[in-house]
Write a new protein. Structure first.
Length: 498
Protein backbone atom coordinates (compact mmCIF):
# COMPACT_ATOMS: atom_id res chain seq x y z
CA UNK A 1 0.00 0.00 0.00
CA UNK A 2 1.41 3.38 -0.91
CA UNK A 3 2.22 6.06 1.61
CA UNK A 4 -0.43 8.38 0.13
CA UNK A 5 -3.21 5.80 0.41
CA UNK A 6 -2.16 5.07 3.99
CA UNK A 7 -2.51 8.79 4.82
CA UNK A 8 -5.91 8.88 3.18
CA UNK A 9 -7.06 6.00 5.36
CA UNK A 10 -6.02 7.87 8.51
CA UNK A 11 -7.70 11.14 7.43
CA UNK A 12 -10.86 12.07 9.29
CA UNK A 13 -13.76 14.24 8.18
CA UNK A 14 -14.45 16.80 10.90
CA UNK A 15 -18.04 18.00 11.07
CA UNK A 16 -18.60 21.76 11.38
CA UNK A 17 -21.53 23.02 13.41
CA UNK A 18 -21.73 26.81 13.10
CA UNK A 19 -23.07 28.63 16.14
CA UNK A 20 -25.09 31.78 16.53
CA UNK A 21 -21.88 33.60 17.43
CA UNK A 22 -20.30 32.44 14.16
CA UNK A 23 -23.12 33.91 12.09
CA UNK A 24 -23.21 37.03 14.30
CA UNK A 25 -19.56 37.74 13.50
CA UNK A 26 -20.13 37.14 9.78
CA UNK A 27 -23.18 39.40 9.88
CA UNK A 28 -21.26 42.10 11.72
CA UNK A 29 -18.43 41.95 9.16
CA UNK A 30 -20.90 42.25 6.27
CA UNK A 31 -22.58 45.17 8.06
CA UNK A 32 -19.31 47.08 8.38
CA UNK A 33 -18.76 46.43 4.66
CA UNK A 34 -22.28 47.91 4.09
CA UNK A 35 -23.54 44.70 2.50
CA UNK A 36 -26.82 44.94 4.37
CA UNK A 37 -28.66 42.11 2.66
CA UNK A 38 -25.87 39.63 3.35
CA UNK A 39 -25.60 40.95 6.92
CA UNK A 40 -29.32 40.43 7.48
CA UNK A 41 -29.11 36.89 6.09
CA UNK A 42 -26.28 35.91 8.46
CA UNK A 43 -27.87 37.58 11.48
CA UNK A 44 -31.22 35.93 10.85
CA UNK A 45 -29.41 32.59 10.76
CA UNK A 46 -27.61 33.40 14.01
CA UNK A 47 -30.83 34.61 15.66
CA UNK A 48 -32.53 31.38 14.61
CA UNK A 49 -29.78 29.33 16.26
CA UNK A 50 -29.66 31.43 19.43
CA UNK A 51 -33.06 33.19 19.79
CA UNK A 52 -32.33 34.12 23.42
CA UNK A 53 -29.16 36.10 22.64
CA UNK A 54 -30.08 39.84 22.78
CA UNK A 55 -26.87 41.06 21.09
CA UNK A 56 -27.66 39.12 17.90
CA UNK A 57 -31.28 40.28 17.99
CA UNK A 58 -30.30 43.92 18.50
CA UNK A 59 -27.82 43.90 15.61
CA UNK A 60 -30.47 42.33 13.38
CA UNK A 61 -32.87 45.13 14.38
CA UNK A 62 -30.24 47.74 13.46
CA UNK A 63 -29.75 46.17 10.02
CA UNK A 64 -33.52 46.10 9.47
CA UNK A 65 -33.64 49.81 10.29
CA UNK A 66 -30.87 50.56 7.78
CA UNK A 67 -32.85 48.62 5.17
CA UNK A 68 -35.94 50.71 5.90
CA UNK A 69 -37.77 47.76 7.47
CA UNK A 70 -38.83 49.79 10.51
CA UNK A 71 -41.80 47.68 11.60
CA UNK A 72 -39.72 44.47 11.50
CA UNK A 73 -36.99 46.20 13.49
CA UNK A 74 -39.51 47.36 16.09
CA UNK A 75 -40.89 43.84 16.53
CA UNK A 76 -37.38 42.57 17.36
CA UNK A 77 -36.65 45.48 19.69
CA UNK A 78 -39.90 44.94 21.59
CA UNK A 79 -38.95 41.26 22.00
CA UNK A 80 -35.58 42.25 23.45
CA UNK A 81 -37.13 44.65 25.97
CA UNK A 82 -39.99 42.40 27.07
CA UNK A 83 -38.38 38.95 26.92
CA UNK A 84 -34.60 38.92 26.42
CA UNK A 85 -32.93 41.80 28.26
CA UNK A 86 -34.95 44.66 29.82
CA UNK A 87 -31.67 46.41 30.72
CA UNK A 88 -30.70 46.88 27.07
CA UNK A 89 -31.88 50.49 27.29
CA UNK A 90 -30.58 51.57 23.90
CA UNK A 91 -33.47 49.64 22.39
CA UNK A 92 -35.80 52.45 23.52
CA UNK A 93 -33.83 54.95 21.46
CA UNK A 94 -33.81 52.62 18.45
CA UNK A 95 -37.59 52.27 18.79
CA UNK A 96 -37.98 56.05 18.96
CA UNK A 97 -35.89 56.46 15.83
CA UNK A 98 -37.90 53.85 13.93
CA UNK A 99 -41.24 55.35 14.95
CA UNK A 100 -40.05 58.78 13.81
CA UNK A 101 -39.24 57.33 10.38
CA UNK A 102 -42.71 55.78 10.26
CA UNK A 103 -44.23 59.16 11.13
CA UNK A 104 -45.69 57.82 14.39
CA UNK A 105 -44.48 60.75 16.48
CA UNK A 106 -46.34 60.00 19.70
CA UNK A 107 -44.66 56.58 19.92
CA UNK A 108 -41.32 58.14 18.97
CA UNK A 109 -41.78 60.80 21.67
CA UNK A 110 -42.76 58.21 24.31
CA UNK A 111 -39.76 55.94 23.65
CA UNK A 112 -37.23 58.78 23.47
CA UNK A 113 -38.49 60.10 26.82
CA UNK A 114 -38.31 56.59 28.27
CA UNK A 115 -34.71 56.19 27.13
CA UNK A 116 -33.66 59.52 28.68
CA UNK A 117 -35.44 58.75 31.96
CA UNK A 118 -33.65 55.43 32.55
CA UNK A 119 -30.22 56.03 31.02
CA UNK A 120 -29.01 59.63 31.25
CA UNK A 121 -25.43 58.42 30.72
CA UNK A 122 -26.23 56.34 27.65
CA UNK A 123 -24.46 56.48 24.30
CA UNK A 124 -27.49 57.97 22.53
CA UNK A 125 -28.50 60.72 24.96
CA UNK A 126 -27.59 63.55 22.57
CA UNK A 127 -29.32 61.81 19.68
CA UNK A 128 -32.46 61.24 21.75
CA UNK A 129 -32.59 64.89 22.81
CA UNK A 130 -32.15 66.01 19.20
CA UNK A 131 -34.95 63.68 18.19
CA UNK A 132 -37.25 65.12 20.84
CA UNK A 133 -36.48 68.65 19.66
CA UNK A 134 -37.32 67.63 16.12
CA UNK A 135 -40.56 65.93 17.13
CA UNK A 136 -41.89 68.69 19.37
CA UNK A 137 -40.80 71.52 17.07
CA UNK A 138 -39.90 73.75 20.04
CA UNK A 139 -43.08 72.83 21.96
CA UNK A 140 -45.42 73.87 19.17
CA UNK A 141 -46.71 70.27 19.01
CA UNK A 142 -48.49 69.10 22.17
CA UNK A 143 -48.68 65.48 23.23
CA UNK A 144 -52.39 65.56 22.37
CA UNK A 145 -51.65 66.70 18.82
CA UNK A 146 -49.01 64.00 18.50
CA UNK A 147 -51.62 61.41 19.46
CA UNK A 148 -53.95 62.79 16.78
CA UNK A 149 -51.16 62.54 14.18
CA UNK A 150 -50.43 58.94 15.16
CA UNK A 151 -54.11 58.05 14.92
CA UNK A 152 -54.26 59.59 11.46
CA UNK A 153 -51.15 57.73 10.33
CA UNK A 154 -52.51 54.44 11.70
CA UNK A 155 -55.71 54.97 9.69
CA UNK A 156 -53.70 55.59 6.52
CA UNK A 157 -51.56 52.54 7.17
CA UNK A 158 -54.74 50.49 7.50
CA UNK A 159 -56.09 51.96 4.25
CA UNK A 160 -52.79 51.21 2.48
CA UNK A 161 -52.87 47.59 3.64
CA UNK A 162 -56.45 47.22 2.37
CA UNK A 163 -55.49 48.72 -1.00
CA UNK A 164 -52.54 46.36 -1.35
CA UNK A 165 -54.77 43.40 -0.42
CA UNK A 166 -57.29 44.39 -3.08
CA UNK A 167 -60.02 45.09 -0.50
CA UNK A 168 -61.03 48.32 -2.17
CA UNK A 169 -64.54 48.61 -0.72
CA UNK A 170 -63.17 48.40 2.85
CA UNK A 171 -60.41 50.87 1.98
CA UNK A 172 -63.07 53.32 0.76
CA UNK A 173 -64.89 53.02 4.10
CA UNK A 174 -61.71 53.75 6.09
CA UNK A 175 -60.74 56.66 3.84
CA UNK A 176 -64.21 58.21 3.93
CA UNK A 177 -64.09 58.12 7.74
CA UNK A 178 -60.68 59.78 7.67
CA UNK A 179 -61.89 62.51 5.33
CA UNK A 180 -64.95 63.14 7.49
CA UNK A 181 -62.72 63.71 10.52
CA UNK A 182 -59.90 65.46 8.63
CA UNK A 183 -61.43 67.26 5.62
CA UNK A 184 -58.10 68.89 4.65
CA UNK A 185 -56.05 65.67 4.67
CA UNK A 186 -55.45 65.48 0.90
CA UNK A 187 -53.46 62.26 1.07
CA UNK A 188 -56.65 60.41 2.04
CA UNK A 189 -58.50 61.86 -0.96
CA UNK A 190 -55.81 60.65 -3.33
CA UNK A 191 -55.92 57.14 -1.90
CA UNK A 192 -59.71 57.24 -2.05
CA UNK A 193 -59.51 58.04 -5.77
CA UNK A 194 -57.20 55.05 -6.29
CA UNK A 195 -59.58 52.72 -4.45
CA UNK A 196 -62.54 54.02 -6.48
CA UNK A 197 -60.68 53.59 -9.76
CA UNK A 198 -59.56 50.04 -8.93
CA UNK A 199 -63.13 49.14 -7.95
CA UNK A 200 -64.36 50.34 -11.33
CA UNK A 201 -65.99 53.54 -10.03
CA UNK A 202 -64.03 55.63 -12.48
CA UNK A 203 -66.32 58.67 -12.59
CA UNK A 204 -66.15 58.90 -8.80
CA UNK A 205 -62.35 58.62 -8.95
CA UNK A 206 -62.03 61.47 -11.43
CA UNK A 207 -64.49 63.58 -9.43
CA UNK A 208 -62.47 63.01 -6.23
CA UNK A 209 -59.25 64.17 -7.86
CA UNK A 210 -60.77 67.21 -9.52
CA UNK A 211 -62.31 68.05 -6.14
CA UNK A 212 -58.85 67.95 -4.54
CA UNK A 213 -57.41 70.23 -7.23
CA UNK A 214 -60.28 72.67 -6.83
CA UNK A 215 -59.62 73.02 -3.07
CA UNK A 216 -55.86 72.46 -3.19
CA UNK A 217 -54.59 73.63 -6.62
CA UNK A 218 -51.30 72.12 -7.71
CA UNK A 219 -51.58 69.03 -5.47
CA UNK A 220 -48.86 66.90 -7.06
CA UNK A 221 -50.26 63.49 -6.10
CA UNK A 222 -53.67 64.40 -7.51
CA UNK A 223 -52.12 65.60 -10.78
CA UNK A 224 -50.01 62.45 -11.09
CA UNK A 225 -52.98 60.20 -10.35
CA UNK A 226 -55.00 62.05 -12.99
CA UNK A 227 -52.26 61.32 -15.53
CA UNK A 228 -52.38 57.63 -14.63
CA UNK A 229 -56.19 57.45 -14.80
CA UNK A 230 -56.38 59.21 -18.17
CA UNK A 231 -53.56 56.99 -19.40
CA UNK A 232 -55.45 53.81 -18.52
CA UNK A 233 -58.60 55.27 -20.04
CA UNK A 234 -56.58 55.99 -23.21
CA UNK A 235 -57.32 59.72 -23.13
CA UNK A 236 -54.03 60.64 -24.76
CA UNK A 237 -54.86 64.31 -25.26
CA UNK A 238 -55.48 64.78 -21.52
CA UNK A 239 -52.31 62.83 -20.69
CA UNK A 240 -50.22 65.05 -22.97
CA UNK A 241 -51.67 68.22 -21.46
CA UNK A 242 -51.06 67.10 -17.88
CA UNK A 243 -47.54 65.90 -18.65
CA UNK A 244 -46.75 69.29 -20.16
CA UNK A 245 -47.84 70.91 -16.87
CA UNK A 246 -45.88 68.42 -14.75
CA UNK A 247 -42.71 69.10 -16.75
CA UNK A 248 -42.56 72.57 -15.14
CA UNK A 249 -42.85 71.32 -11.56
CA UNK A 250 -39.68 71.07 -9.45
CA UNK A 251 -40.62 69.35 -6.16
CA UNK A 252 -38.20 69.45 -3.24
CA UNK A 253 -39.38 66.43 -1.23
CA UNK A 254 -37.91 63.06 -2.26
CA UNK A 255 -41.33 61.38 -2.03
CA UNK A 256 -42.80 63.85 -4.53
CA UNK A 257 -39.81 63.50 -6.86
CA UNK A 258 -40.31 59.73 -6.80
CA UNK A 259 -44.02 60.07 -7.54
CA UNK A 260 -43.28 62.38 -10.46
CA UNK A 261 -40.57 60.12 -11.86
CA UNK A 262 -42.72 56.98 -11.60
CA UNK A 263 -45.63 58.74 -13.30
CA UNK A 264 -43.46 59.90 -16.22
CA UNK A 265 -42.09 56.36 -16.54
CA UNK A 266 -45.56 54.79 -16.62
CA UNK A 267 -46.69 56.94 -19.55
CA UNK A 268 -43.48 56.35 -21.48
CA UNK A 269 -41.71 59.70 -20.90
CA UNK A 270 -38.47 57.92 -20.00
CA UNK A 271 -36.31 61.02 -20.42
CA UNK A 272 -38.18 62.99 -17.75
CA UNK A 273 -38.57 59.95 -15.50
CA UNK A 274 -34.87 59.08 -15.64
CA UNK A 275 -33.90 62.66 -14.77
CA UNK A 276 -35.85 62.53 -11.49
CA UNK A 277 -35.08 58.92 -10.55
CA UNK A 278 -31.37 59.27 -11.24
CA UNK A 279 -31.24 62.48 -9.23
CA UNK A 280 -32.87 60.69 -6.30
CA UNK A 281 -30.32 57.88 -6.52
CA UNK A 282 -27.41 60.34 -6.57
CA UNK A 283 -28.82 62.01 -3.46
CA UNK A 284 -28.78 58.68 -1.61
CA UNK A 285 -32.50 57.90 -1.88
CA UNK A 286 -33.24 54.50 -0.29
CA UNK A 287 -35.27 53.07 -3.15
CA UNK A 288 -37.53 50.02 -3.13
CA UNK A 289 -38.14 47.34 -5.75
CA UNK A 290 -40.48 49.55 -7.79
CA UNK A 291 -38.01 52.43 -7.76
CA UNK A 292 -35.24 50.29 -9.26
CA UNK A 293 -37.66 48.69 -11.70
CA UNK A 294 -38.52 52.07 -13.18
CA UNK A 295 -34.90 53.22 -13.06
CA UNK A 296 -33.82 50.12 -15.00
CA UNK A 297 -36.69 50.44 -17.48
CA UNK A 298 -35.95 54.10 -18.20
CA UNK A 299 -32.21 53.52 -18.55
CA UNK A 300 -32.85 50.66 -20.98
CA UNK A 301 -35.24 52.64 -23.17
CA UNK A 302 -32.76 55.55 -23.26
CA UNK A 303 -29.99 53.21 -24.44
CA UNK A 304 -28.02 53.15 -21.18
CA UNK A 305 -27.58 49.38 -20.95
CA UNK A 306 -24.98 49.40 -18.15
CA UNK A 307 -27.16 51.48 -15.79
CA UNK A 308 -30.21 49.42 -16.72
CA UNK A 309 -28.53 46.14 -15.75
CA UNK A 310 -27.03 47.63 -12.60
CA UNK A 311 -30.46 48.83 -11.44
CA UNK A 312 -32.01 45.48 -12.33
CA UNK A 313 -29.59 43.72 -9.97
CA UNK A 314 -31.13 45.78 -7.18
CA UNK A 315 -34.61 44.68 -8.29
CA UNK A 316 -33.55 41.04 -7.98
CA UNK A 317 -32.13 41.68 -4.50
CA UNK A 318 -35.59 42.77 -3.42
CA UNK A 319 -37.45 40.12 -5.41
CA UNK A 320 -35.56 37.18 -6.98
CA UNK A 321 -38.82 36.09 -8.65
CA UNK A 322 -38.37 38.95 -11.12
CA UNK A 323 -35.59 36.93 -12.79
CA UNK A 324 -36.44 36.69 -16.48
CA UNK A 325 -38.71 39.76 -16.46
CA UNK A 326 -36.02 42.28 -17.39
CA UNK A 327 -37.11 45.31 -19.46
CA UNK A 328 -34.92 44.04 -22.31
CA UNK A 329 -36.54 40.59 -22.21
CA UNK A 330 -39.72 39.50 -23.94
CA UNK A 331 -42.11 41.91 -22.26
CA UNK A 332 -45.45 42.47 -23.89
CA UNK A 333 -45.50 45.88 -22.13
CA UNK A 334 -48.34 48.34 -21.99
CA UNK A 335 -49.71 48.39 -25.48
CA UNK A 336 -51.18 51.86 -25.37
CA UNK A 337 -48.37 53.77 -23.72
CA UNK A 338 -45.10 52.24 -24.81
CA UNK A 339 -43.41 51.51 -28.08
CA UNK A 340 -44.72 48.02 -28.79
CA UNK A 341 -42.52 45.10 -29.70
CA UNK A 342 -43.89 43.93 -33.04
CA UNK A 343 -41.75 40.80 -32.84
CA UNK A 344 -43.66 39.62 -29.77
CA UNK A 345 -47.02 39.95 -31.54
CA UNK A 346 -45.83 38.17 -34.66
CA UNK A 347 -44.34 35.37 -32.57
CA UNK A 348 -47.72 34.75 -30.96
CA UNK A 349 -49.51 34.90 -34.31
CA UNK A 350 -47.16 32.24 -35.68
CA UNK A 351 -47.64 29.85 -32.75
CA UNK A 352 -48.87 26.32 -33.37
CA UNK A 353 -51.47 26.77 -30.61
CA UNK A 354 -54.81 28.41 -31.39
CA UNK A 355 -55.13 30.11 -27.97
CA UNK A 356 -51.73 31.79 -28.40
CA UNK A 357 -52.69 33.01 -31.86
CA UNK A 358 -55.94 34.46 -30.46
CA UNK A 359 -53.92 36.28 -27.82
CA UNK A 360 -51.62 37.56 -30.59
CA UNK A 361 -54.65 38.92 -32.44
CA UNK A 362 -55.83 40.66 -29.27
CA UNK A 363 -52.44 42.35 -28.97
CA UNK A 364 -52.46 43.16 -32.67
CA UNK A 365 -55.84 44.87 -32.31
CA UNK A 366 -54.41 47.20 -29.67
CA UNK A 367 -51.38 47.94 -31.79
CA UNK A 368 -53.64 48.90 -34.68
CA UNK A 369 -55.46 51.33 -32.38
CA UNK A 370 -52.25 53.20 -31.57
CA UNK A 371 -51.63 54.05 -35.26
CA UNK A 372 -47.99 53.17 -34.59
CA UNK A 373 -47.98 49.74 -36.15
CA UNK A 374 -48.15 49.29 -39.90
CA UNK A 375 -50.22 46.32 -40.99
CA UNK A 376 -47.72 43.46 -41.55
CA UNK A 377 -48.92 42.56 -45.03
CA UNK A 378 -50.46 39.17 -45.39
CA UNK A 379 -50.00 37.98 -41.77
CA UNK A 380 -48.24 34.80 -42.83
CA UNK A 381 -49.15 31.26 -41.77
CA UNK A 382 -52.94 31.82 -41.88
CA UNK A 383 -53.59 28.61 -43.82
CA UNK A 384 -54.14 26.54 -40.67
CA UNK A 385 -56.30 29.10 -38.89
CA UNK A 386 -59.83 28.13 -37.88
CA UNK A 387 -63.07 30.01 -38.45
CA UNK A 388 -62.90 31.77 -35.08
CA UNK A 389 -59.42 33.19 -35.72
CA UNK A 390 -60.25 34.34 -39.23
CA UNK A 391 -63.45 36.03 -38.02
CA UNK A 392 -61.52 37.81 -35.25
CA UNK A 393 -58.83 38.98 -37.68
CA UNK A 394 -61.37 40.26 -40.19
CA UNK A 395 -63.27 42.14 -37.47
CA UNK A 396 -60.02 43.73 -36.27
CA UNK A 397 -59.05 44.81 -39.78
CA UNK A 398 -62.52 46.26 -40.41
CA UNK A 399 -62.71 47.88 -36.98
CA UNK A 400 -66.02 46.27 -36.00
CA UNK A 401 -65.04 43.73 -33.36
CA UNK A 402 -68.00 44.69 -31.14
CA UNK A 403 -70.45 43.64 -33.87
CA UNK A 404 -68.62 40.45 -34.85
CA UNK A 405 -68.89 36.83 -33.79
CA UNK A 406 -65.78 37.37 -31.69
CA UNK A 407 -67.34 40.19 -29.65
CA UNK A 408 -67.82 38.21 -26.42
CA UNK A 409 -64.34 36.69 -26.50
CA UNK A 410 -62.80 40.11 -27.04
CA UNK A 411 -64.97 41.81 -24.40
CA UNK A 412 -63.84 39.41 -21.67
CA UNK A 413 -60.21 39.86 -22.73
CA UNK A 414 -60.70 43.62 -22.43
CA UNK A 415 -62.07 43.15 -18.91
CA UNK A 416 -58.85 41.34 -18.03
CA UNK A 417 -56.82 44.07 -19.71
CA UNK A 418 -58.57 46.73 -17.60
CA UNK A 419 -57.11 45.09 -14.50
CA UNK A 420 -53.83 43.68 -15.82
CA UNK A 421 -51.62 46.18 -17.59
CA UNK A 422 -48.85 46.53 -18.49
CA UNK A 423 -48.78 42.89 -19.54
CA UNK A 424 -45.55 41.22 -18.49
CA UNK A 425 -44.37 37.77 -19.50
CA UNK A 426 -45.64 36.45 -16.17
CA UNK A 427 -49.20 37.64 -16.98
CA UNK A 428 -49.39 36.26 -20.52
CA UNK A 429 -50.65 33.00 -19.01
CA UNK A 430 -53.76 34.75 -17.70
CA UNK A 431 -54.81 35.75 -21.21
CA UNK A 432 -53.87 32.39 -22.68
CA UNK A 433 -56.08 30.76 -20.03
CA UNK A 434 -59.06 32.87 -21.08
CA UNK A 435 -58.61 32.14 -24.77
CA UNK A 436 -58.26 28.42 -23.94
CA UNK A 437 -61.52 28.51 -21.98
CA UNK A 438 -63.33 30.40 -24.74
CA UNK A 439 -61.96 28.08 -27.43
CA UNK A 440 -63.29 25.05 -25.56
CA UNK A 441 -66.71 26.71 -25.11
CA UNK A 442 -66.80 27.68 -28.80
CA UNK A 443 -65.98 24.15 -29.92
CA UNK A 444 -68.80 22.53 -27.90
CA UNK A 445 -71.32 25.31 -28.50
CA UNK A 446 -71.43 26.46 -24.87
CA UNK A 447 -73.44 29.70 -24.69
CA UNK A 448 -71.62 32.52 -22.90
CA UNK A 449 -73.04 35.64 -21.24
CA UNK A 450 -71.60 38.23 -18.79
CA UNK A 451 -68.01 38.83 -19.98
CA UNK A 452 -67.11 40.57 -16.71
CA UNK A 453 -68.02 37.47 -14.69
CA UNK A 454 -66.07 35.17 -17.01
CA UNK A 455 -63.01 37.44 -16.78
CA UNK A 456 -63.26 37.51 -12.98
CA UNK A 457 -63.55 33.72 -12.79
CA UNK A 458 -60.55 33.22 -15.08
CA UNK A 459 -58.57 35.73 -13.00
CA UNK A 460 -59.38 33.78 -9.81
CA UNK A 461 -58.57 30.38 -11.33
CA UNK A 462 -55.30 31.71 -12.77
CA UNK A 463 -54.26 33.05 -9.36
CA UNK A 464 -55.21 29.74 -7.75
CA UNK A 465 -53.12 27.78 -10.24
CA UNK A 466 -50.12 29.98 -9.38
CA UNK A 467 -50.77 29.61 -5.62
CA UNK A 468 -51.35 33.32 -5.19
CA UNK A 469 -53.15 34.18 -1.95
CA UNK A 470 -56.28 35.95 -3.15
CA UNK A 471 -59.85 35.45 -2.03
CA UNK A 472 -63.01 35.18 -4.08
CA UNK A 473 -64.24 38.26 -2.23
CA UNK A 474 -61.22 40.26 -3.44
CA UNK A 475 -61.83 39.23 -7.04
CA UNK A 476 -65.58 39.86 -6.86
CA UNK A 477 -65.00 43.40 -5.54
CA UNK A 478 -62.27 43.99 -8.10
CA UNK A 479 -64.63 43.21 -11.00
CA UNK A 480 -67.78 44.61 -9.39
CA UNK A 481 -69.79 41.37 -9.28
CA UNK A 482 -71.40 39.41 -6.45
CA UNK A 483 -69.66 36.54 -4.68
CA UNK A 484 -72.36 34.06 -5.73
CA UNK A 485 -71.99 35.08 -9.38
CA UNK A 486 -68.23 34.58 -9.18
CA UNK A 487 -68.64 31.11 -7.63
CA UNK A 488 -71.01 30.10 -10.43
CA UNK A 489 -68.60 31.17 -13.16
CA UNK A 490 -65.58 29.62 -11.45
CA UNK A 491 -67.44 26.28 -11.72
CA UNK A 492 -68.02 26.96 -15.42
CA UNK A 493 -64.35 27.72 -16.02
CA UNK A 494 -63.21 24.60 -14.19
CA UNK A 495 -65.69 22.42 -16.08
CA UNK A 496 -64.38 23.71 -19.44
CA UNK A 497 -60.78 23.15 -18.40
CA UNK A 498 -61.32 19.47 -17.51
Amino acid sequence: MSKDSNMRQKAKILSFHPTGEYYFNKGLKAYHQRDLYKSKKYLERGYGLEPHEPMIACQLAIVCTDLGEYSASNAILETIITKLDPYMTECYYFLANNYAHLGMFKEAYKNAKEYLSIDMEGDFVDDAEDLLDLITLEDIETEESLFEQDSLISEQERARELLEAGEFAKAIEVLNDTIENHPDFWFAYNNLALAQFYLGKKQDAFATLYGVLEKNPGNLHALCNLVVFHFYERNQQEVDGLVKSLEKIRPILAEQQYKLGATFALVGRYDLAYMWLKQLQKNGFDGDETFYYWLSTCAYHLGNEYSAKKAWKKVLEFNPNKQGLEPWGELVTNIEGYEHQLAVVLKKLQSEYVEERLFGLFLYKHCMQTDRLVDPSGLEHKDGWNELELDYLQAIMEGNVEQSGSAFMDAAAEELYNHHQPISTAEVGLYILWFSVYLEAWQIGFKLINPKAWAAAVDYVWNSIRNHQITQKNIAEKYGISGSTLQKYIKNVNSLLR
